[in-house]
Design a protein around this ligand. Structure first.
Ligand code: V1D
Ligand code: CA
Length: 476
């Protein structure tokens, strides 16, 4: 492969005032959200989704000492109320009350909420949902508070959940909940999804708005036989959301060179036209070669290159996990992507002090060679045509939509009232202040200001006084 392909040495950024609030001259501030409990949940022995991959990932992150380059948080669990910001109350109540023991009693609800082999009732299901969703919501709040440039939650990214049902291993949609928080401050949020499956739940949630543009790269079969069956080029959004939804449907066998080239080509055009103020990247690792449910040939380097490309935009960024079913590779991939996000180089040999080191054999390396590739069914001509179709669609995007202040005032007021209340609790519990400090951004160099100073900065807890929750710091 061309060595310049993965060159990350230069930022290649045109000056853009929408990103001017990210401090390009100094080191980026990264926040990492992880709860040690998350790896203990089990969907079932035969189920491909293994939360243990999150313990493997965190293990590598810490063994590579990447946690020392980030602020590490064990975030609060999402409350029922938090989850009901997107999901219907009856669904959340069901998730809260159903257990493997009483599930017979709930068979009617189980059917209507799509409980199935894909989305089974398992012990601790609701806690699991609260943990991963709480982390994404806390991460989004951190980005709005202007004290962080990049937030990472590898337990999040569950992109299939709908407002009223579970789908494709996803019970609650932490991505939608996080974007809803971001939209309280940022006029335009770009959602990018590199999981091999179509990001249908997020697409559906924002299908009728121009405030969030959704872009998913995924494997797609015309006959609908690859889950979830949606994500054709024809799905473009409706009403105000028309053209703010973009799908990049691909066939089996995508390789590094064609995927990364297409990704950069498409996503740069999206960025230039949409001019997002914040980006959410779902970094599902089932698009890697050898994945049990996938069908692409991507290496961890190529997957990481997509992350690096978006990171280099220097726009507030939330990076989330997603699918990924060869769990050692998922951990390698997300640990490597963490290193990219914190600007650290990590050795090829996996650190021997990792608790799960023995599971990474026989090579014990970060980038094991990809043997037994799947034939690439995407011909050069296919990809050229797809790229052309995508650019044609993007050309019809008539500039970045602007946002009227009246659309925000109620929300902002609610947010500040809530955060004043939360602030009182935080002060009592000595938990860091995460009230939104970013002002609502209205357009280039324009901000909504709540009166003259009125930041109430003097009421904010000083940065140095805040207490981060450090995860297992001692053990490494
Ligand atoms: F193979 C299995 C064994 C046990 C339970 C489920 C599966 C399985 C494999 N693939 N289920 C699937 C997909 N489901 C179907 C169903 C058959 N139809 C009636 C539907 O094909 C679901 C794949 C989900 C992928 C989830 C994801 O990777 O995109 C993800 N993203 O974030 C979290 C997960
Ligand atoms: Ca996808």
């Amino acid at each position: 492969m061309d060595s310049t392909f993965f060159d990350s040495s230069c930022y290649n950024l045109r000056p853009q005032s929408v990103t001017s609030h990210v401090r390009s001259h100094c080191k980026k501030r990264i926040s990492y959200f992880h709860n040690n409990e998350i790896g203990n949940f089990q969907f079932g022995v035969q189920h491909p989704m293994k939360p243990l991959r999150l313990s493997y990932t965190n293990d590598l992150v810490c063994a590579y000492r990447l946690h020392e380059k980030m602020r590490v948080f064990c975030p609060p669990k999402a409350t029922d109320h938090d989850l009901m910001e997107f999901h219907i109350p009856s669904y959340i109540t069901f998730l809260k009350n159903v257990t493997p023991e009483n599930s017979e009693q709930y068979s009617f609800d189980a059917d209507r909420f799509n409980i199935s082999e894909d989305c089974p009732i398992f012990r601790g299901l609701y806690d699991f949902c609260q943990i991963y969703a709480g982390a994404s919501v806390a991460a989004a709040l951190r980005l709005t508070s202007e004290d962080t440039d990049i937030c990472i939650n590898w337990s999040g990214g569950l992109h299939h959940a709908k407002h009223n049902e579970a789908s494709g291993f996803c019970f609650v949609n932490d991505i939608v909940l996080a974007i809803q928080q971001l939209l309280r401050v940022f006029p335009r949020v770009l959602y990018i999804d590199i999981d091999i499956h179509h990001g249908d739940g997020v697409q559906e949630a924002f299908y009728e708005t121009d405030r969030c543009m959704t872009v998913s790269f995924h494997k797609y079969k015309e006959n609908g036989k690859y889950f979830p069956g949606t994500g054709g080029l024809g799905e473009i959004g409706i009403g105000l959301g028309k053209r703010y939804c973009l799908n990049v449907p691909l066939k089996d066998g995508m390789d590094d060179e064609s995927y990364v080239a297409l990704f950069k080509d498409v996503i740069s055009d999206v960025k230039d036209r949409y001019q997002p103020n914040a980006v959410v990247l779902q970094s599902g690792a089932d698009s890697l070669g050898k994945d049990k449910l996938g069908g692409f040939n991507l290496s961890i380097k190529a997957h990481g290159e997509c992350v690096r490309f978006v990171k280099n935009w220097q726009i507030p960024l939330l990076v989330l996990g997603g699918g990924g079913y060869k769990i050692e590779n998922v951990a390698r991939c997300w640990a490597y992507e963490t290193s990219i996000l914190v600007d650290a180089e990590v050795p090829e040999a996996l650190p021997k002090n990792a608790q799960f080191y023995n599971f990474f054999g026989p090579d014990y390396s970060l980038h094991p060679p990809l043997v037994r590739r799947i034939e690439n069914l995407n011909t050069k001509a296919d990809l050229q045509k797809l790229s052309q179709q995508v650019h044609e669609r993007l050309r019809l995007l008539d500039g970045a939509p602007s946002v009227q202040l009246h659309e925000f005032s109620k929300d902002l007021q609610d947010l500040w009232e809530e955060s004043e209340e939360e602030m009182r609790d935080y002060q009592e519990d000595a938990i860091p202040d995460i009230r939104p400090r970013r002002r609502l951004m209205l357009g280039e160099n324009e901000f909504y200001d709540r009166g003259s100073d009125h930041d109430n900065d003097d009421q904010l807890v000083d940065e140095d006084q805040t207490m981060d929750y450090v995860v297992d710091n001692e053990s490494y």
